[in-house]
Ligand binder design. Structure first.
Ligand SMILES: Nc1ncnc2c1ncn2[C@@H]1O[C@H](COP(=O)(O)OP(=O)(O)O)[C@@H](O)[C@H]1O
Ligand code: SF4
Ligand SMILES: [Mg+2]
Length: 382
C-alpha cells in the first residue's frame, strides 16, 4: 500500500494521486518530435524527443514559459497541422474505449475526426471567442453532437443537462454569445467538449483571458467534471498559479521537452530541476510571502538552435561542465530522501527529472570520472 496520498493537491480529494486507477495510462507520448524545416535549410525543432504519460482520470498540467512548445505539442496530439512543412516523429499512443491502442501520430484524418469529441476533446487557446455569433448557444452545443451522429432530438434534449453540468442555467441555451460574459462563454466551450463523454480533454490556456475569480471558478468546475465524468484532463498553462490550484501532476516543459514531472504540490514546493525552481520564484506565493520575484535570467533559446547538452545550461545557476555537452535523460529518481535544488525532497512515484544533478539522468556512458559532475551532488537517504 502506498504511504503517500496527497489528496489535498486536487482540491476535490476524491481519488488520491497514488490510486492505481490514476496510474493506468490513457496517453503515452514516446520521443515525439515536431520539427519545421525552413527554406534556408534550418530546422525549428519546436518539440524534440518529448516523453510524457497521461493517466486515466488525472488532471495533468503542462507548464512552461511562452514559446516552450506547449501549443505545438497539443496540436500534434490532436492531429492539427497549421503548417504544411511539419515533420512528426515518435509515438502518441492513445487507449481508445473500443478499438484498443492507436498511435495518434499515424492514424488517418478520418480516424482522428472520429476520435475527436467522442474520446478526445480539444479546447484550443482562445476558443471562447470562436463561438458562432449568429447561433444560439443551445444550437451550438447540439450541433457538435449531431456532427458526431447523435440524432437531432436527442442532442437538443441533452443541452440543459450539459449546461447544468458546467454550472450554467438551462435558459442560457436561448442566448447568443454576445449576451454571455467571458466566463460563461468558456463554460459553453466546456459543455461542447464534454458532450460526447470523452476520456481525455486537452485544454490550451483555458482561463488565460479571464480574471482570477472567474478563473478559479472555472478550474473548480473542471475538477468537479473530472470527478463526475472520470475524464483525464491535460491542462496547458504558462501560469504556475493555475497548476497549483487545479492539477494533480505537473509536467514542466522547457525548450521542446519535459524536464520534470511530479505531484504538483511536491514539484512546486520542492523542485528537483533548477528551471522549475526558477519558474516558482517568478510567482508570488502564500507559502513564501517574501519570495523574490527574480524569475530566470537570460532568454529562452531558439528552436532553430537549441544549446548543446542540457538546453538550460546557459541560464542555470547550478550548471556543471557535463551540462554543456551531454543532454540529461528524463529519468525517475530512486525513491527516498534526495537533495533537491531548494532543499530535501521525498521522491515518490510519478516524479521524473532531466538534470545531471541526479545521476539517474546522466547516460551510463557519461557517468564515469571526468563527467564533470561533482561526486556529492545527490544522496539517496535510506
Ligand atoms: N511552424 C513553425 N515554424 C517555426 N517555428 C515555429 C512554428 N510553430 C511554432 N514555432 C515556434 O515554436 C515556439 C513554440 O511555440 P508554441 O508551441 O506556440 O509555444 P507555447 O504554446 O509554449 O507558447 C515559438 O518560438 C514559435 O515561434
Ligand atoms: S543538467 Fe545542469 S544545466 Fe541542466 S538543469 Fe541540471 S544542473 Fe542545470
Ligand atoms: Mg501556446
Amino acid at each position: 500500500m502506498a504511504t503517500h496520498t496527497p489528496t489535498e493537491a486536487t482540491g476535490s480529494g476524491v481519488i488520491p494521486v497514488s490510486d492505481p486507477a490514476r496510474r493506468e495510462p490513457v496517453l503515452t507520448i514516446e520521443d515525439l518530435d515536431v520539427h519545421f524545416p525552413a527554406n534556408d535549410g534550418s530546422v525549428a525543432r519546436v518539440v524534440d524527443r518529448l516523453r510524457l504519460t497521461v493517466n486515466r482520470n488525472e488532471i495533468i498540467g503542462i507548464a512552461g514559459e511562452s514559446g516552450s512548445g506547449k501549443t505545438t505539442l497539443v496540436e500534434a496530439i490532436l492531429g492539427i497541422s497549421r503548417f504544411p512543412n511539419r515533420r512528426l516523429n515518435g509515438r502518441v499512443l492513445f487507449e481508445t474505449r473500443t478499438r484498443g491502442q492507436v498511435d495518434l501520430a499515424t492514424i488517418s484524418a478520418r480516424q482522428m475526426r472520429r476520435l475527436r469529441l467522442e474520446e478526445i476533446a480539444y479546447i484550443p487557446q482562445g476558443s471562447m471567442n470562436s463561438l458562432n455569433p449568429v447561433l444560439r448557444v443551445g444550437d451550438q452545443i447540439a450541433d457538435g453532437m449531431i456532427d458526431h451522429g447523435v440524432p437531432a432530438g436527442q442532442a437538443r434534449g441533452r443541452v440543459p443537462e450539459l449546461l447544468e453540468r458546467v454550472g450554467l442555467e438551462a435558459r442560457v441555451a436561448r442566448l447568443f454569445p454576445h449576451e454571455l460574459s467571458g466566463g460563461m462563454k468558456q463554460r459553453v466551450i466546456i459543455a461542447i467538449a464534454i458532450a460526447m463523454s470523452p476520456s481525455l480533454i486537452v485544454a490550451d490556456e483555458p482561463t488565460t483571458a479571464l480574471d482570477v475569480n472567474v478563473q478559479r471558478r472555472i478550474l473548480e468546475t473542471l475538477a468537479r467534471l473530472r470527478d463526475e465524468m472520470q475524464v483525464a484532463i491535460m491542462l496547458v498553462s504558462h501560469d504556475m498559479a493555475v497548476h497549483a490550484q487545479l492539477v494533480d501532476r505537473v509536467g514542466i516543459m522547457y525548450a521542446g521537452q519535459i524536464v520534470e514531472t511530479g505531484e504538483v504540490r511536491e514539484a512546486v514546493k520542492r523542485p528537483m530541476h533548477p528551471y522549475t525552481a526558477g519558474l516558482m520564484q517568478a510567482i508570488p506565493s502564500i507559502d513564501r510571502p517574501r519570495a523574490r520575484m527574480e524569475g530566470i535570467r537570460g532568454a529562452t533559446p531558439s528552436p532553430r538552435n537549441w544549446p548543446e547538452g542540457c538546453r538550460f545550461h546557459d541560464r542555470c545557476p547550478r550548471a556543471m561542465p557535463v551540462c554543456r555537452t551531454i543532454p540529461p535523460l528524463l529519468a525517475e529518481p530512486v525513491a527516498g530522501r534526495r537533495e533537491g535544488v531548494t532543499g530535501p525532497v521525498d521522491v515518490i512515484a510519478g516524479r521524473q527529472v532531466a538534470c545531471h544533478l541526479y545521476p539517474e539522468s546522466t547516460p551510463p556512458e557519461a557517468r564515469s570520472d571526468g563527467s564533470g559532475r561533482p561526486a556529492a551532488t545527490t544522496e539517496a537517504a535510506r
